[in-house]
Ligand binder design. Structure first.
Ligand SMILES: C[S@@+](CC[C@H](N)C(=O)[O-])C[C@H]1O[C@@H](n2cnc3c(N)ncnc32)[C@H](O)[C@@H]1O
Length: 202
């Protein structure tokens, strides 16, 4: 039977930021994403979306590398303001105070970056997450990042865990799997507990 959770809406997330219950925040880009971004070709200037971006250290790093079409989306204003304060020349119109599930799917993105957003969603929304990522990407576009492959126990609020086997079924209808394995360069507390994923939209 599906567990009923309260709405994890903008007020819920803004409240977590306001009360400092933001234990997911690594305060830096995580090593697997850092290493992946370092091998991208900046000359291609891909259109990149980071949904549920929070304070968006990934956007900051990509911006520093010279990527100029990076968009971040979040329901809560506080983390977007934090990014704007840290990176004053990050384009204001690339800060999307918006629900990931309501983002327009034109123009399409070349890449979507996942970093502790999937685990923040009501697990009932996981199939819709995979479907919406596919809807926002061009054919051949990339969904990459990290997914917790761990059990957080019977929790009543995010983060929600899961398994590699469970996740496969959500993405398989829309994506070819290039990489879907335990990350080898996670932050120490997350070592062995997260998958590095790189999926290509069919
Ligand atoms: C666990 S936090 C992760 C934040 C960031 N990715 C990080 O690693 O620090 C989840 C984030 O997703 C945002 N969020 C939750 N549901 C969302 C939705 N439907 N659309 C956009 N953002 C959402 C929250 O406001 C929060 O900033």
């Amino acid at each position: 039977m599906e567990t009923l959770f309260p709405a994890f809406d903008a007020a819920y997330w803004q409240g977590r930021y306001a009360t400092g219950r933001d234990g997911w925040d690594a305060h830096r880009i995580t090593p697997p994403l850092h290493a992946y971004f370092d091998q991208l070709d900046v000359a291609q200037q891909p259109r990149i979306l980071i949904p549920g971006a929070g304070r968006a250290y990934e956007a900051e790093y990509l911006h520093q590398l010279g990527f100029r079409h990076v968009f971040v989306a979040d329901l809560a204003p506080e983390p977007l303001q934090a990014l704007a304060a840290r990176v004053p020349d990050f384009p204001a119109d690339h800060l999307l105070l918006a629900d990931f599930f309501a983002l327009p799917n034109a123009p399409l993105y070349d890449m979507i970056v996942e970093q502790t957003f999937f685990c923040a969603l009501n697990p009932a929304l996981r199939p819709a997450y995979a479907q919406n990522c596919a809807a926002l990407l061009r054919p051949g576009g990339t969904l990459m990042g990290l997914l917790f492959d761990t059990d957080f126990g019977p929790v009543q609020e995010p983060p929600f865990g899961g398994t590699k086997e469970e996740y496969r079924q959500y993405f398989a209808p829309y994506f070819d799997f290039r990489h879907f394995e335990t990350a080898t360069n996670s932050l120490a507390p997350r070592q062995g507990r997260e998958l590095f994923i790189c999926l290509k939209k069919k």
